[in-house]
Design a protein around this ligand. Structure first.
Ligand SMILES: Cc1cc2nc3c(=O)[nH]c(=O)nc-3n(C[C@H](O)[C@H](O)[C@H](O)COP(=O)(O)OP(=O)(O)OC[C@H]3O[C@@H](n4cnc5c(N)ncnc54)[C@H](O)[C@@H]3O)c2cc1C
Length: 416
């Protein structure tokens, strides 16, 4: 049966969900307070990460933990004042990061990742966005011998376990293949299957334009006006009240704002990240992760985008771009970088859950309410793959992958 649906959130996850449901004949309205793809889905590193078959665990190595605790690495920065609020979630994240649990979580998570490029491919083609996408992979490069060795060992393990493809490169091979690099890295791993997008926000806009061309409605409105009605759900927008039988919460780092009034208290938290663009004389041919420092250098239409690792604090805390300063120094060693393109750094928040997996599927306690959020470091990668899973469940079809690992029930507890 064809239904009407309100999708709350026009990031990569919301727009992909809208496209999937529209393709199956449902009538869909996307509600966002901004234009599509202007928040987290705009500011990421633009990678469709087919190699990311393991989500990021919380480090358990004491030396790494000390580095992070004292803010010595651009990879992670803790705001100690936020700890009382985020500590319970970090403890749950720590527990999920034991080698045994992480291995199990990775098996489940990989079922989505394995479909990431193929699910993007159809929308890229139909949205006529091929010129934004370079399907040549990306590289991790190391400046320390021991970390390079460990990186290659990990790549071999991922190849054996998940079939992920890579090539290991020595110092000279890397410099030969990527002449923009000015640093003598010990070596690199070239993951050959991921795709790089030169303007991730624009890719979401193209997907949104495709959705609109096919009759989809995109309206400005506040997701927090969501109300349950006798026949389903309603939301107030700039062009009035919209009603539908179903509603999908795809609000990324803001999901909690809409869920709490409905009585859902999921242990969500964010890992914030910064970026800034820089002019470069010679652009990289594909993104480069300075892997010892967790700094990603991504060639974009706007310049070289330097993105930072994780800042663990409250979503709305004031910006403290100390990691970007460190990342600039890492980038200046690796490449010849020029002036920044913008004065102010972009700040965004990766929407995270303690077990590293998104929440996809039916709301446990409300008819016609659906969830699709919490994609953490790989939401840009996973938008279309998780949208397909949601659409299968929405239609009552046999889901194309096992949905159980992503169910909201794993976190649902009723608070009085
Ligand atoms: C620095 C950085 C680098 C990253 N690099 C990568 C990468 O290379 N590859 C990758 O796969 N992922 C990457 N990510 C993660 C990825 O960007 C996110 O997981 C993904 O964008 C989340 O998408 P989303 O649609 O869930 O959220 P969003 O894109 O944030 O969309 C949520 C939408 O909800 C809307 N909204 C919020 N509140 C309301 C409200 N009250 N009313 C109406 N609308 C509302 C917002 O305006 C927004 O459009 C990175 C993230 C960061 C921060």
């Amino acid at each position: 049966m064809k239904r009407t649906t309100i999708v709350l959130g026009g990031g990569i996850v919301g727009i992909s969900s809208a496209l999937s449901l529209q393709e199956r004949g449902h009538s869909v309205i996307v509600v966002d307070r901004k234009a599509p793809g202007r928040e987290t889905s705009y500011g990421n590193a633009g990678l469709i990460q087919r190699e990311a078959v393991e989500p990021y665990p919380l480090p358990r190595d004491p030396s790494e933990l000390i580095q992070h605790a004292f803010g010595l690495s651009p990879a992670v920065h803790y705001h100690w004042r936020a700890l009382p609020t985020i500590l319970p979630k970090l403890i749950a994240y720590w527990r999920a990061s034991t080698p045994a649990r992480h291995a199990q979580i990775s098996k489940e998570w990989a079922t989505l990742i394995e479909n990431s490029t193929s699910e993007h491919a159809q929308w890229i083609e139909q949205a006529n966005a091929q010129e934004l996408v370079t399907p040549k992979g990306f590289r991790f490069a190391w400046r320390q011998e021991h970390s390079f060795k460990a990186g290659v060992e990990r790549a071999k393990r991922l190849q054996q376990t998940f079939g992920v493809q890579f090539r290991a490169l020595g110092t000279d091979e890397l410099l030969h293949e990527e002449p923009a690099i000015t640093q003598r890295f010990v070596g690199a791993v070239h993951w050959t299957e991921p795709w790089a997008v030169s303007d991730p926000g624009e890719l979401v806009s193209r997907y949104a334009a495709l959705f609109a061309q096919r009759g989809g409605l995109i309206v400005q409105g506040d997701a927090l006006s969501l109300q349950q009605t006798t026949n389903g759900w309603s939301v107030m927008t700039q062009d009035g009240l919209h009603e539908a039988s179903d509603a999908i919460v795809a609000l990324g780092p803001w999901a909690d704002d809409a869920l709490r009034p409905l009585g859902y208290h999921f242990p969500l938290f964010v890992k914030r990240g910064y970026h800034k663009h820089y002019q470069v004389e010679r652009q990289l041919s594909m993104p480069l992760l300075c892997a010892d420092d967790g700094v990603m250098l991504a060639p974009m239409r706007a310049g070289l985008r330097i993105t930072t690792g994780a800042e663990l604090t409250l979503r709305d805390a004031p910006a403290t771009p100390v990691q970007l300063k460190m990342a600039e120094r890492v980038a200046a060693r690796a490449l010849k970088i020029g002036k920044p393109v913008e004065d102010t750094a972009w700040l965004g928040a990766r929407p995270c859950t303690p077990d590293m997996k998104p929440i996809i599927g039916a709301a446990p306690r409300h008819r016609g309410l659906w969830f699709n959020f919490g994609h953490a470091h790989q939401g840009f990668t996973l938008g279309p793959a998780s949208a397909r899973l949601l659409a299968d469940m929405f239609d009552g079809k046999t889901p194309y992958i096992n949905p159980a690992p992503f169910t909201a029930k794993r976190f649902d507890e009723v608070k009085q």
